[in-house]
Structure formats: structure tokens, C-alpha cells
Ligand binder design. Structure first.
Ligand code: NDP
Ligand code: PYC
Length: 331
């Protein structure tokens, strides 16, 4: 499918589910971006997830994000229970302006439903010349290192770094072994999963995606991923007055919707520290990137940018099953 065709389809299905036009546009954009960049766990498959969340009453379909300014370098957007994408777009201009005025600024999104990847947000900020970090909890699906009971969400962390002659350096990954969406895609395709991704409801290793979804996922990197997952719970939960992943899954009360909660985005203007010396220090960063790629290793996001170049010309391939399920949605 051509990307425009996919965009039209996504908007129509979101509108068909009752989502207000501004939300439908913002949400469709991140799904198309995911599919375009070969991030299928957060691509067009998420239409099924978003529509199901709307139908379950987990998301407020016509929520109007409300912007406020808690401090000189802080921005807050209360998403009113709507999807996070429009809340981010509402807060982004003020975040950029405050980061450039103060050297650093932070944006808290509160009361938003989040099902998306974080890289589009840090990439947009890096394209505006800022170094960016983003964090969000989700639902308690992940056991701490050394345990088998879910406490953490899949809690992604994303980072963006502007580069002078090309797209930004960006990484974005869950602090669980994989995103939950990846296990769901394996279940849909009838494929088994590696047994180090999680455990079943009895705490035993399993390769059955359905059993793992009913049990607990593992953090990546043992105790290190576990500590990062805890940090994200704290930064994008209690620090900004929002829910932890445990509180969020309790709030969901078994409906199986996407997580409601908060997100914290931090933006740093390199000119704050470096002023006119910025180019000289940018060159030092570029030397590090060259030392990585020069030995045959790749930078995070290199795969995405390559996939993007191809998709922009050739469009994307959607599996027959997914196309059938998506087109069967109302709208
Ligand atoms: P992956 O494990 O697939 O890895 C993601 C990151 O690692 C990307 O930046 C990727 O770059 C990079 N990477 C992968 N392989 C290499 C390599 N060999 N060398 C260098 N870099 C590499 O992602 P996850 O499954 O952990 O997460 C997928 C998505 O799920 C994320 O976008 C995340 O935001 C989203 N998510 C959202 C949640 C939410 O609550 N909203 C919860 C959990 C996850 P590249 O893309 O170029 O391959
Ligand atoms: O894939 O883990 C995930 C996820 C959770 C919320 C959005 N994506």
C-alpha cells in the first residue's frame, strides 16, 4: 500500500470508531510512521488496539488537551483521558520554546492513553535541534529481576541527538526483553517466542506467547533493565503526579485497553552549554558515530531510516490477515 492510502484508511477507521478528527489525524500519523519505518509492533496493527480501547471506553475520544505552565522550564498537558499523540503535539511548541530559552525544559503529559512508540517524539525534537529523552510506564506486565510477579510496564526509554548532516541519532526500546506488541504479533501469527522473554502464570519459562502474555515478561539486561524500568515508573509516574503501571492496570479493571497514565519528555538545547562552540563539539560526537559505523556496527535507527527510504518510494506490505482485520473495522 502507498503511505497515503494507509493514512486514509487509518483515519477512516479511527473516525469510524468515534475518534474526534484532530485525534484521528495525530494517531494515524504515528501508525503510518511506524509502518513506514518497519516498526510493525507499533504500526498499522495498532489500529486494532486503538479501536478496541475506544470501544472498551478506556479512552475519551473527544478529549481536549489542556496546556499549563507549572514553572519557567516546565510544561504540562492534561490529555483528559485522550490518546497521547494530540497531547504531545499540543505541548511540543512550548517545550521547544522553553528549552531554547532556558537551556533545558520538560514536558509532562498527564492522563493520556499511550499505545505508541516514542521515537517519533524524540526525533521531532532532535530535528528542532534539541537533545531529547522520553519515558512512559504502561501496564504491570513485567517482573522485576529476581521475581516472577508483574510490577513494571514495558516502560520504553527514547533518546534523540541532532546531527548536522543527516537524520538524528535516535534509539527507543522497551525495558522489557521486547515490546509486548511483539509477543502479541507472534501470537497472532501462531509463532513461538524465545523462552527468555518471560514466564507463564506459574513463573515457569515458556515459548507459548499466549501463556507468556498471561504470566510475566522479563526485563532486558537482568537487574540493570529492572532498575531502569523502576526509574521510568518514578519519573513518568509519581514525579509528574501520574499512575504507576500497577495503578494503571488496576484502573483498567480487566478491560484490556491501552495504558492510561503519564509521559515525561526532557529537551536540552546544546547551545545552552556550548554557545558558539557547538560545531566543534558536534564534530566530536560525529567522530564517535564514525568509530561505531567504521567497524561495521550500525547505529540505532539506521534500519528505520533505510526502511523509510524504501517505503516512501515503494509503499509498505501489509499481511493479508492484518489487512483483513483492519478493513473489517467500521468506517
Ligand atoms: P527493539 O528491541 O526492536 O529495539 C529498538 C531500538 O534498538 C531501536 O532504536 C533499534 O533501531 C535499535 N536496535 C535494534 N537492533 C540494533 C542493532 N543491531 N544495532 C543498533 N541498534 C539496534 O525495540 P523494543 O521491542 O524494545 O521496542 C519497540 C517499540 O515499542 C519502541 O518504539 C517503544 O517505544 C515501543 N513501546 C512502547 C510502549 C508504550 O508504553 N508506549 C511500551 C513498550 C514499547 P532500529 O529501529 O533502527 O532497528
Ligand atoms: O508494546 O509493550 C508494548 C506497548 C505497551 C503500550 C504500548 N506498547
Amino acid at each position: 500500500m502507498a503511505l497515503d492510502e494507509l493514512r486514509t484508511l487509518a483515519r477512516a477507521k479511527l473516525r469510524g470508531a468515534g475518534l474526534a478528527p484532530a485525534h484521528a489525524e495525530a494517531v494515524a500519523e504515528t501508525m503510518v510512521a511506524g509502518e513506514r519505518d518497519g516498526c510493525t509492533s507499533h504500526g498499522i496493527y495498532r489500529l486494532l488496539v486503538a479501536v478496541s480501547s475506544i470501544e472498551k471506553g478506556v479512552v475519551v475520544p473527544d478529549a481536549e488537551p489542556v496546556l499549563s505552565h507549572p514553572a519557567r522550564a516546565l510544561v504540562r498537558v492534561d490529555g483528559g483521558g485522550g490518546f497521547a499523540q494530540l497531547a504531545f503535539q499540543t505541548g511540543k511548541p512550548a517545550l521547544i520554546e522553553k528549552a531554547k530559552a532556558n537551556g533545558i525544559a520538560a514536558l509532562a503529559l498527564n492522563n493520556v492513553v499511550h499505545f505508541a512508540a516514542l521515537w517519533p517524539e524524540v526525533e521531532e525534537l532532535a530535528e528542532a535541534g534539541l537533545v531529547a529523552l522520553a519515558f512512559t510506564p504502561s501496564h504491570a506486565w513485567v517482573a522485576p529481576s529476581g521475581g516472577t510477579e508483574p510490577v513494571f510496564g514495558t516502560n520504553p526509554i527514547a533518546f534523540g541527538w541532532p546531527r548536522p548532516n543527516g537524520p538524528p541519532f535516535v534509539f527507543d526500546f522497551a525495558t522489557s526483553m521486547v515490546a509486548r506488541g511483539e509477543i502479541e504479533l507472534h501470537r497472532r501469527a501462531g509463532r513461538s517466542v524465545p523462552d527468555d522473554w518471560g514466564v507463564d502464570a506459574e513463573g515457569k519459562p515458556t515459548t507459548d506467547p499466549a501463556a507468556m502474555l498471561a504470566g510475566a515478561m522479563r526485563t532486558f539486561g537482568g537487574h540493570k533493565g529492572s532498575a531502569l524500568a523502576a526509574m521510568i515508573e518514578l519519573l513518568a509516574g509519581p514525579l509528574i503526579g501520574d499512575m504507576t503501571s500497577r495503578e494503571s492496570i488496576d484502573w483498567d479493571a480487566g478491560r484490556g485497553g491501552s495504558p492510561l497514565g503519564g509521559e515525561l519528555i526532557i529537551a536540552i538545547d546544546p547551545r545552552g552549554f556550548l554557545g558558539d562552540f557547538l560545531p566543534e563539539h558536534q564534530d566530536r560526537a560525529e567522530a564517535m558515530f564514525a568509530a561505531i559505523t567504521g567497524q561495521g556496527a550500525r547505529l540505532p535507527s539506521a534500519r528505520r531510516y533505510t526502511a523509510r527510504e524504501v517505503s516512501l518510494v515503494e509503499g509498505v506490505e501489509i499481511s493479508t490477515d492484518l489487512y483483513r482485520d483492519v478493513t473489517a473495522l467500521k468506517g
